[in-house]
Ligand binder design. Sequence first.
Ligand code: FEO
Length: 173
Amino acid sequence: MLSEKMQAALNAQINAEFHASYLYLSMAAYFESQNLLGFANWMHKQSDEENIHGMKIYHYINGRRGRVLLSPIEGPKTEWKSSLAVFEDSLKHEQKVTGLINKLMDLAIAESDHATISFLKWFVDEQVEEESNVDAVIQDLKRIGDAPQGLFIIDRELAGRKGEAETEGEDAT
Ligand code: FEO
């Protein structure tokens, strides 16, 4: 059984993941309004991943015979000054989520809840990857500065991002 404290913390993380999904969807909508459809594709895929993260926790709580309690999702930001500003916000957001996952892990360790420690390890690794993916785009955007040709090329590249289900079975390169 999950402790009440652990259950409440995991429910709060479901909310944080769904908020992240909503935020990335809002970023996708921003990019679509700018006609940057590759950037929008990247954000849609990210939004879908966040939804998957929320559902992983949802199923975990149920698997431990706990109780999922959903709560209102905070509204996302809707406007940004530039593509770079969007990705800088993404990185800040991912860093915040990393902090939340670390706190969850601290709690699981303090409670000697080995099942939750094992479950959360996937999220710890995922956060390393997510921060790194966002940072890679930030570095590209910084490199091109205001050059529209550069933005066009990055947009083309980001159009190629596939969803998790589409990449299953492919070699990680
Ligand atoms: Fe689910 Fe981007 O953290």
